[in-house]
Design a protein around this ligand. Structure first.
Ligand code: ZN
Length: 133
């Protein structure tokens, strides 16, 4: 299945944990859930969705990559967005145990848009462990 995320800022973090939990199939047993963003300037990670930490994440990514001076800027002026996104990666995997996501107490699934505001598409797929044997 898939869902869309609307972002509000150029660099924005959206907690999608509830939507990912809702994407676990009813017949899920034990396996993995893959969460994937189909974009080159956004990423998905697992971390704590504490508001001040999310401010820190934005400041960290902003400071880590200079905004200007990249070759790709001659094409569409968003090299900094691509470079921030490649540090994050386009997917993450969460274990599913007895039909439930096995996230830790403080873990949330976060979509990080590095070139917003935009609509982002998030794909979620369940793989049953028994089919992998
Ligand atoms: Zn680009």
């Amino acid at each position: 299945m898939e869902f869309t995320v609307s972002t509000d800022d150029r660099l924005d973090v959206v907690d999608v944990t509830d939507r990912v939990v809702g994407a676990v199939p009813e017949n899920a047993d034990t396996g993995t859930l893959t969460v994937f963003v189909e974009h080159t300037t956004a990423g998905v990670v697992i971390n704590e969705a504490e508001p001040r930490l999310l401010d820190d994440v934005r400041a960290f990514l902003d400071g880590l990559v200079p905004d200007e001076g990249w070759n790709h800027d001659r094409i569409d002026d968003n090299a900094d967005s691509h470079l921030r996104a490649l540090l994050l990666g386009p997917s993450t995997t969460v274990p599913v145990v007895d039909g439930s996501l096995a996230l830790g107490r403080w873990q949330s699934v976060l979509v990080i848009d590095c070139d917003g505001p935009r609509e982002r598409t998030v794909r979620v797929g369940y793989t049953n462990a028994s089919t992998e044997r």
